[in-house]
Ligand binder design. Structure first.
Ligand code: ATP
Length: 262
């Protein structure tokens, strides 16, 4: 499996992040850390603030206060596209793929901002840009291969099973050479076999590419099987932070979120 190109890293530090929408407190000061190479699950009941936190890390929301840094780089001073350039890649709850485009074109979309002039310039016949695009295509093929998708590169995204589309979206995120990969409910809508398959894929990617993973997931089987560390939010506050076995037995977590069902 190809290395992603960055040196091993991916320390995310979140400190006292606060975000309000009018009278609604979405984030009420959570602080936590994701260590290099670990899979950290961000869990909590509906409305706990998980997506709001993801959006703050990826630059879509600007918190009212607090600090978020990746490998010492202050992400809050960057625009969303610069955050991606700093090594943060994410997938979305509702896939952000283009149905009419081929799998390869969708995956190449993940590399777009990394090229110096974009693929449009290649249409002008500029040799440097053409070489750059060819290089990115080869890299995309390598990423597809590492996810067992090489045979689908010409297939339009439409018509592929959801489990496969999730892997295409992962491939697109990998084109950003992430230090931190953020996955937003990847198991949502998958059948149990696909969940197991996806968990296996994420574990393999983490080992092969060496990045850290921050995962929002309601599927407790997946959370418990792949996370090294859990952070639990409730009403925008952190209520637990530690190894999965410890967190699952934490009375505050059982009370607030798990309802004793795990
Ligand atoms: N753009 C927004 N405008 C207004 N309120 C928002 C916005 N985004 C989030 N909120 C509110 O902030 C709180 C946290 O929402 P968030 O979507 O982060 O929760 P969540 O933990 O991701 O929930 P779920 O598991 O249901 O996706 C909720 O009360 C939500 O209604």
């Amino acid at each position: 499996m190809p290395r992603a190109g960055h040196p091993a890293a991916g320390t995310l530090k979140v400190r006292d992040v606060r975000l309000r929408f009018g009278g609604v407190v979405a984030l009420d000061g959570p602080s936590f850390e994701v260590a290099p190479g670990e899979v950290c699950g961000l869990i909590g009941p509906n409305g706990a603030g998980k997506t709001a936190l993801f959006n703050c890390v990826s630059g879509l929301y600007r918190p009212d206060s607090g600090r978020i840094a990746l490998d010492g780089v202050d992400l809050l001073s960057l625009r969303a596209d610069q955050v991606a350039g700093a090594g943060v890649a994410r997938t979305f709850q509702n896939l952000g793929l283009f149905p009419a485009q081929s799998v390869l074109e969708n995956v190449l979309g993940g590399a777009y901002h990394r090229t110096r002039a974009g693929f449009l310039a290649t249409g002008l016949g500029l040799p440097l840009m053409w070489r750059e695009e060819r290089r990115e295509r080869e890299r995309a093929r390598g990423v597809l291969d590492s996810l067992g998708l090489a045979h689908l590169e010409r297939h339009p995204a439409s018509g592929l099973p959801l489990g496969t589309l999730k892997r295409v979206e992962l491939a697109r995120a990998l084109m950003l050479r992430p230090r931190l990969l953020m996955l937003d409910e990847p198991a949502n809508g998958l059948i149990i076999e696909e969940v197991h398959e996806l968990a296996e894929v994420v574990r393999g990617l983490r080992t092969g590419y060496g990045f850290s993973v921050l995962l929002i997931e309601h599927h407790m089987g997946m959370v418990m099987s792949i996370c090294d560390h859990l952070v639990v939010l409730n009403h925008g506050q952190k209520i637990a932070d530690g190894p999965p076995d410890e967190v699952r037995n934490d009375p505050a977590v059982v009370e607030a979120y798990l309802g004793g069902s795990v």
